[in-house]
Design a protein around this ligand. Sequence first.
Ligand code: NAD
Ligand code: UDP
Length: 319
Amino acid sequence: MKRILITGAAGFLGSHLCDRFIAEGFHVIGMDNLITGDLKNIQHLFGLENFEFYHHDVTKFVHVPGKLDYILHFASPASPIDYLKIPIQTLKVGSLGTHNLLGLARVKKARILIASTSEVYGDPLIHPQTEEYYGNVNAIGPRGVYDEAKRFQESLTMAYHTFHGLETRIVRIFNTYGPRMRLNDGRVIPAFIGQVLRGEDLTVFGDGSQTRSFCYIDDQIEGIFRLLFSDYSLPVNIGNPEEISILDFAKEILEMTQSKQRIIFNDLPINDPLQRCPNIDRAKNILDWTPKINRNEGLMKTYKYFKDFSNSDLIKEEH
Ligand code: NAD
Ligand code: UDP
């Protein structure tokens, strides 16, 4: 049985990756320090023979007994309000944490895939963003702690590939959403859905002309899965190129949920990228991957997930 270590296992993406690799017949070792994750996301896996969990901070030395065939490094705060709250941990998990996992991969002769991000392009000056674009990041701005950690993570990973011959993969993830996001994580989809469910006005930052392109979780997991088993070691964008302005998106959510709330405008956060849309030609050509789930379908599934919890703590914790 192949053995895979997944860091950030109790988080949004990590927990869906655990499910996928369990379903594919792997022995999955999840690791997480629960700083932004929640054991509820993986509680259904506890008790399975082919699942283990280590409560561990990957910025500290990482030890896993036995053989390892693959490592997926997904541990890192991912939402702007999370990484603004814990900036130093964010820098450490991208740098020291990645170093520990690359070292572990080397010792175990495992293939490692690291979770990078569209934020390596910063506030992009070319549109849509191709993997060749070097980016436009303000290293000392508030988002720099995340962006630069991820850029360093990519450099270190390529150095291990080049100098140690390690089998590495780099996925540049564009805004991904779906069940198991935290309703209060500050990202725009849980924020708007939470506001709809609580009967509050929707908070659009700036004038709402900034754009994003939202990818449903199942499509993202499929892209990551294909990348891991490809033989391609340069970064690959995985995201849905269907782009929308945040203002139009707020209107779309109100319409979809038949809600009567107003849209109110708050300040645009510093260095909030004004446009973001992936060029996915590389993923199409190399992985034969394209997203299959359109925004309407993905949003309905996500809305239903949050609505099913509407009388639970998920809603109450907002107040
Ligand atoms: P998340 O916050 O839901 O999950 C991250 C997980 O990592 C959490 O469970 C957290 O507790 C864990 N973690 C953080 N620091 C850790 C540490 N030092 N040691 C062990 N565990 C630690 O976020 P997510 O959306 O699932 O993001 C997962 C990964 O994907 C991140 O690396 C993120 O940068 C990347 N990513 C996500 C998106 C997205 O749209 N969701 C976009 C780009 C990149
Ligand atoms: N945003 C917003 N209202 C909110 C939360 C976010 O208008 O309540 C905006 C935010 O300023 C950004 C976009 O939505 O332009 C996406 O934000 P998110 O935090 O989801 O992701 P990121 O900025 O990392 O793409």
